[in-house]
Structure formats: structure tokens, C-alpha cells
Write a protein that binds this ligand. Structure first.
Ligand code: FMN
Ligand code: MN
Length: 480
């Protein structure tokens, strides 16, 4: 089951007792953060605040902040269901013969319907008004933040050369009633499109949707190659086409069922100080110069709900979005690196700072091959610490991974230091945007890799003794 819009998803959460509604007045400045942070750390429910100081609109936060709600968001019991389906589409062998092709038709038939559908009448345009961000319950998240931030915005732009739209989640710092920052980082699609408009000297239309069904929200965060329109991916996840409507004041198409849409443009000659902001690394990102978003119209539903999130020390809601990426992008990664068995982004690595992969190792320095390949794949290039383990290791069992890393490596031989791009939020490198990444090859070393000793076996009890102890366990009277 997937959802028509955000309220539809919230209803489903509510029915399952996974949404808590708070009716007393709360302050969008810091108070909501402190509440939501405590709830995140306790793996608690989504929160709806109906009475936010200074705003007529209710606010929801932490809607996807546990594995249970993440699965519900995509209508699955486990994200591997989506990963396995993606893998089956990518498995060319299932289309090898004519019979296979015919067999594959029912599976592929729904795919054309993933393309977005344009509609004329849209709930997100029930009310059209002059911009006034002061009416929205926008959070000031952390004490040293440079101001209020819209933290869950879906930023729609259009490539002026190809005509293709892009959607990315880039936070917006509120400057006044109708002006915000536009925090697309150096390596992101929004920034690439912006540079094209700058070259062409054309006005850059930008529209921002707030509050959509969870597949659309997730798609805006997914590290898709630029040629894939996020709304196609959302349609695939939703199993229904995403309905889009043309904006009132610019040519962009936005989700018809959004709660709010901010329509406007980014001025090509204007930069303004953006930040600081308590970020998802658990540190403040420093202020820097970023483009400015001018809002010309706000359209909305009659009774919209304002969606938001907070980022900070993990685990927070965004870590779970990272987990969705970990699962859904594994089959694509395997296309490039078939030796990869599984992958884990530990929550503490805030999804771009640490990845653990297990591989089927079959030749000398195979681990290094995988490390270099992963640093060459899209947003994996930021991964500051990449750990490679052997195929039988469960990468999600961090204790076992740590045991392998601590005990298997020879530092000179097994650590690869690589210089390359880093996420714009990285604070540790001496230089912004690039620095050093570490690859750790914790696999068993081969004779062909120069290891001339005998690599010891893992200690394991024999099955015979295990079975015997199992059968007698009750008799020992030991309770653990
Ligand atoms: C809550 C949240 C906030 C984010 N904020 C930003 C941001 O301010 N700037 C940015 O460049 N990326 C941000 N990201 C990451 C991007 O959304 C992500 O890299 C996405 O793939 C960008 O889309 P694009 O590849 O079409 O540019 C954020 C992600 C999440 C989950
Ligand atoms: Mn994109």
C-alpha cells in the first residue's frame, strides 16, 4: 500500500498508533527540536503539533524516523523487497530468450505507468496567495543556527538544455517573508543546472514543494544519476504515476498533492551568507555564500500540514532515509561491482562517511579494486571510511565487522589512503570539498597477495558438539 499524499500517510501511521498528536502550544524556536530529538533517540513515534506558536498550520516531524515507519512509507515489510525487485529488473539473463522475454511481460507491464502524469486541477493550488513565510511554522532548530530553516523542501528545477526536471532536497534558510537561501552543494544536480542558467544568462525558475507522500520525499534525497527524473523513481516506488501540475507563476511542474508550493526563481548574480546550521553530521556546518531563492507566489491546500525534520547527532530521521538508499541502491552498485555481496551504512557514519561492504574475493588486491570502484560511483565518492570484508561476514553486524577490522589488518598493507572529493559538510579536512578518504581491506589475505604465512581459521565449534549441547541444554539448568 502506498499513499495519495502526506495526510493519507499520517492517517495510516495514526491507525497503527505510530503518530502522537500534541495539542498544547509549542515554540518552533528550539522547543520542537528538543522534543523531536528526545523522541528520535528513544526510537519513538512521528509527532504532529497542532498548536505551533505564531502559525495557523499544524506541523509534522519524524514521520520516517524508525525502520517500521520507513517500511510503511514504501508499503513493504522489508526494504529488501524493493531491492530484490530492482535486482530482478536489472537481471538481463531473465530476458535472454524469447520465452524469457514473454515471461517477463507481466512483470514489466506496470513500468510505463511510472511516468508522471500531468493534471490541470490540483489540491496544492486550492489557495493561491502572496508569499509570507512568517505564517509557516518554520523551525529554528539549534541554538547557534543562523536563523529559521525549511528542512524538508523538495526543490524543483529544470535543465535549460535538456528540458528535464530535477528534484533535490536542499535546505532553505529563511531571510524574510519571501526570500530564502538555496543550499545546493557544489556536486549536486541543482547546482549543475544553476551553472547552466548562469552560462545562458537566463532567469532560473525554481519551485519548492513541501509535504508530499513519502515516496516523493525520499526520491528527492536519493542519489540518482542526473538523467533519472526523481518523479519517475517516486512513481516506481509508489506503483502509481506521480500527478504533477504546472505552477501558477513559472513553467515548472510540481506534485499536485503537495501541501504547499513555493514558486519563484533564483537570481543568478546574487549570493548571500547561508548558515551556520546544526547539521546531520552532528556538528554545525559553517556559514558560506549560497544563491538566494525569491518566492513570488505560495500555493497550498485549504488545510495544509507543514512537514519538517531535524538533523543533528545520529540517530535522526535522515539516517533512515540513508538506510533506504543503502538497500535500494545495492542492486545498482552490484551492476558495476558484481563481487559486492552486501553493504551497510552505519547510522553513526551519517550515510556518506562510512560504508561497509562484503565481497566475494577472487584475485590479488581485489579489496583495493572494490575500494577504488566505490569511490568512483556517484555520491559514494564522499565516503570517508570504506571497509571491505569477506563474503560470509554479515556487514550489518557491526561487532563482527569491528572484530575483523581490529584483528585482520596490517596497517601498511591494508589501509589505502585516497585523496578526492568530500561532502561539502565535511569539517575535518584541512580543505573544503576535498581531502583524504581511508579504505580498509579487512579480508583474509592470500598467498598471491604476498602473505606467506598460514592464515588461521575462525574458531568454530563442531556441529556435532553444538547439537549435543543443544539437546542437553535444558538438563544443565542454566538460564541465559
Ligand atoms: C534532510 C536532508 C537535508 C538535506 N539537505 C541538503 C542540502 O542542504 N544541500 C545539499 O546539497 N544536499 C542536501 N541533502 C542531500 C541531497 O538531498 C541529496 O544529495 C540528493 O541526492 C540531491 O539531489 P540531486 O542529486 O538531484 O542534486 C539533504 C538530504 C536530507 C535527507
Ligand atoms: Mn537529481
Amino acid at each position: 500500500m502506498t499513499y495519495k499524499d502526506l495526510p493519507d500517510f499520517l492517517k495510516s501511521l495514526d491507525d497503527k498508533n505510530l503518530l502522537k498528536t500534541i495539542n498544547i502550544e509549542v515554540d518552533p524556536e528550539l522547543e520542537i527540536t528538543e522534543i523531536a530529538d528526545r523522541i528520535s533517540k528513544a526510537y519513538g513515534p512521528a509527532l504532529k503539533f497542532t498548536n505551533v506558536k505564531g502559525s495557523p498550520y499544524p506541523l509534522v516531524i519524524n514521520t520516517m524516523g524508525t525502520y517500521e515507519r520507513l517500511n510503511l512509507a514504501f508499503g513493504v515489510n522489508h526494504l529488501d523487497e524493493i531491492a530484490n525487485e530492482i535486482a530482478s529488473y536489472l537481471d538481463i539473463s531473465s530476458y535472454a530468450t524469447l520465452i524469457d522475454k514473454i515471461k517477463a511481460i507481466p512483470k514489466l507491464l506496470p513500468l510505463p505507468f511510472i511516468f508522471p502524469r500531468k493534471t490541470k486541477k490540483a489540491p496544492c493550488q486550492e489557495v493561491i496567495e502572496e508569499p509570507n513565510l512568517d505564517r509557516l511554522p518554520i523551525l529554528k532548530c539549534w541554538p547557534e543556527d543562523g536563523g529559521k530553516y525549511i528542512t524538508l523542501p523538495l526543490v524543483f528545477t529544470k535543465d535549460p538544455e535538456t528540458g528535464q526536471q530535477n528534484v533535490g532536497m536542499y535546505r532553505l534558510q529563511v531571510y524574510d517573508k519571501k526570500t530564502t537561501g538555496m543550499h545546493w552543494h557544489l556536486h549536486k544536480d541543482g547546482k549543475e543546472i544553476y551553472e547552466k542558467y548562469r552560462k545562458l544568462g537566463k532567469k532560473m525558475p525554481v519551485s519548492v514543494a513541501l509535504g508530499c507522500d513519502p515516496t516523493i520525499i525520499y526520491a528527492a534525497t536519493a542519489p540518482l544519476p542526473k538523467i533519472i527524473d526523481e518523479m519517475i523513481f517516486a512513481g516506481y516506488l509508489k506503483k502509481r504515476p506521480i500527478k504533477l501540475v504546472k505552477c501558477i507563476s513559472n513553467e515548472l511542474y510540481v506534485p499536485a498533492h503537495a501541501e504547499f508550493v513555493l514558486e519563484g526563481y533564483v537570481d543568478l548574480d546574487e549570493l548571500r551568507e547561508e548558515g551556520p546550521f546544526g547539521d546531520h553530521t552532528g556538528y554545525y556546518s559553517l556559514s558560506d555564500l549560497y544563491p538566494v531563492f525569491h518566492i513570488e507566489k505560495i500555493t497550498r491546500k485549504k488545510n495544509p500540514i507543514y512537514p519538517t525534520t531535524i538533523v543533528g547527532k545520529p540517530p535522526m530521521e535522515d539516517c533512515y532515509l540513508g538506510k533506504a538508499t543503502e538497500r535500494m541502491f545495492l542492486p545498482l552498485l552490484k551492476l558495476q561491482c558484481p563481487e559486492v555481496i552486501d553493504m551497510d551504512f552505519p547510522l553513526e557514519g551519517v550515510f556518506h562517511n562510512c560504508a561497509i561492504v562484503s565481497i566475494k574475493k577472487s584475485f590479488p588486491l581485489h579489496g583495493n579494486k572494490v575500494l577504488n570502484a566505490l569511490w568512483g560511483l556517484g555520491q559514494m565518492m564522499y565516503t570517508k571510511m570504506l571497509i571491505v570484508v569477506d563474503e560470509h561476514i554479515d556487514v550489518h553486524d557491526l561487532s563482527t565487522v569491528a572484530w575483523k577490522v581490529f584483528n585482520n589488518i596490517d596497517a601498511k598493507r591494508d589501509i589505502l589512503i585516497s585523496e578526492g572529493p568530500l561532502d561539502a559538510l565535511d569539517h575535518s579536512s584541512n580543505t573544503a570539498f576535498y581531502g583524504h578518504r581511508m579504505g580498509i581491506d579487512a579480508t583474509k589475505k592470500l598467498k598471491s597477495e604476498g602473505y606467506d604465512r598460514i592464515w588461521p581459521d575462525d574458531i568454530e565449534m563442531s556441529d556435532k558438539i553444538k547439537d549435543m549441547v543443544n539437546s542437553r541444554w535444558h538438563d544443565y539448568g542454566i538460564h541465559i
